[in-house]
Write a protein that binds this ligand. Structure first.
Ligand code: GDP
Ligand code: IMO
Ligand code: MG
Length: 423
């Protein structure tokens, strides 16, 4: 029986998952999201058109591919309907091939307001949340208060909605938080619920089992990145789901033994949006150069991304917790003009050399760098490995030696075609 391949981010998100999933979809029959929600912003580009997806899997532009929103996702119907209508304007009927798990939890307008209220209450310790209601919705899920997509088909849905909404409003009032959702927001949400009733709602665990039994190829698309994982990220500066490979099992209902390839995707440098440790962060003109050339501004919030050098301590950690079998390196082209490129190979913490990420998020980490001469060649139109500059290949070989995992794909631009598959 076929296995499910998983593609997930190895850094703090925005590694280029959307671009690469879209580029790989031609080899798959099904693409599935398994965690997170519209905090994600996955960009993809082809035929000169750029699109940012938040909830819909990045296989949606391939007309024959089934796209599944798995049970582990938290779903805001208002954002989903908006996203579907944007796709419609581009001539894509997303509802045709979109299947949504009945067990996915619903994000209510009051979850979003609660997110803002809780973040505000944190004062100086803000996470830098995207404020899409992700944390409060997963909180209700684990507290067993949540509403699920399948509940919209039940006759008591309205009553249950009102009950949960009131509970949220009471908490927001206690927090003296920002204003509750507007009537217009709530009306839009209710209209979106009506539309959601007409979409294909499934038991995703059975559906995926059937797809695999039928010999179909399934690709799971991670959101966020491993260093934002609720357990293994720099807690509390994390998102509220398991972004690592294990999350694909619980977020779609598949057994661990059915995981096939684990594609780990990373940028040739590092970025982070929001608060939390970032040992290789650059505060100088080099960081600014990465942000400008790499267009490092959030796809969901537009916030400038913090930028820094590649961190192999963090990368090796992410590879370990995910069981990565193949690496994908993106945005290599962003380094094209750099005379020298640094990579952190170890940390010095309180004078001690270490290969491990310290437990304390306030530990003072001094990265130990290895420096490489830059290739100083425009690689954006290269499509074949043998045409890549030797210095870039040396950089890649060093990463492979340091991680023990082959780099199978090198991405040299945002377009679907700017993707070099290595032999
Ligand atoms: P995701 O969240 O992992 O899907 O990544 P985002 O879409 O949030 O951010 C990645 C950004 O880099 C997007 O603007 C992509 O269009 C862009 N991108 C992806 N791959 C490459 C690449 O190889 N080179 C360049 N220059 N841009 C890329
Ligand atoms: P994609 O899928 C980058 C970050 C937020 C914040 C923290 C918690 O596009 O890679 P949340 O909204 O989950 O409460 O925010 O996580 N974050 C992301 N950063 N890419 C993402 O998704 C992110 N999703 C959440 O900036 O620091
Ligand atoms: Mg993103």
């Amino acid at each position: 029986m076929n296995k499910i391949d998983v593609l997930l981010g190895l850094q703090w998100g925005d590694e280029g998952k959307g671009k690469v999933v879209d580029a790989l979809t031609q080899h798959y029959n099904v693409v599935a999201r398994f965690q997170g929600g519209a905090n994600a912003g996955h960009s993809l580009e082809f035929n000169g058109i750029k699109h940012v997806l938040h909830l819909i899997p990045s296989g949606i532009f391939h007309p024959k591919t089934i796209n599944i929103i798995g049970n582990g996702v938290v779903l805001d119907p208002a954002i989903l309907v908006q996203e579907i209508s944007e796709l419609e304007q581009m001539g894509v009927d997303a509802t045709k091939n979109l299947h949504i798990s009945k067990k996915a939890h619903l994000i209510l307008p009051t979850h979003r307001a609660l997110d803002a209220a809780l973040e505000q209450a944190k004062g100086d310790n803000k996470i830098g949340s995207t404020l899409k209601g992700i944390g409060p919705t997963y909180t209700d899920k684990t507290a067993r208060n949540g509403l699920r997509v399948g509940d919209i088909l039940r006759p008591d849905f309205d009553a249950r909605y009102k009950q949960l909404r009131q509970k949220h409003l009471d908490t927001i009032a206690q927090l003296n938080g920002p204003v509750a959702p507007t009537q217009a927001d709530e009306d839009a949400w209710m209209r979106a619920i009506d539309k959601l009733r007409s979409y294909t709602l499934i038991d995703s665990e059975y559906a995926i089992d059937q797809h695999l039994s039928d010999g179909q190829r399934v690709l799971a698309e991670g959101a966020q990145g491993s260093l934002l994982d609720i357990d293994f990220g720099s807690y509390p500066f994390v998102t509220s789901s398991n972004t690592v490979c294990a999350g694909a099992c619980t977020g779609m209902g598949i057994a661990p033994g059915r995981i096939g390839e684990v594609y780990g995707i990373f940028k040739a440098y590092c970025t982070r949006v929001g608060a939390g440790p970032f040992p290789t962060e650059l505060f100088d003109s080099t960081g600014e150069q990465l942000r400008t050339i790499g267009a490092e501004f959030g796809a969901t919030t537009g916030r400038p991304r913090r930028c820094g050098w590649l961190d192999l301590v963090a990368l090796r950690y992410a590879i370990m917790v995910n069981g990565v079998t193949q690496l994908i390196m993106t945005k290599a082209d962003v380094l094209d003009t750099f005379a020298s490129i640094k990579v952190a190979t170890a940390y010095r913490v309180d004078g001690q050399l270490t290969n491990q990420i310290p437990y304390n998020t306030d530990a003072r980490i001094e990265p130990v760098y290895q420096e490489f001469a830059g290739w100083q060649t425009d690689i954006t139109s290269i499509r074949c490995e043998s045409d890549l500059p030797q210095r870039l290949l040396d950089y890649v070989r060093f990463i492979e030696e340091q991680t023990g995992v082959p780099v199978r794909i090198i991405s040299v631009g945002p377009d679907r075609n700017a993707t070099i598959m290595r032999g």
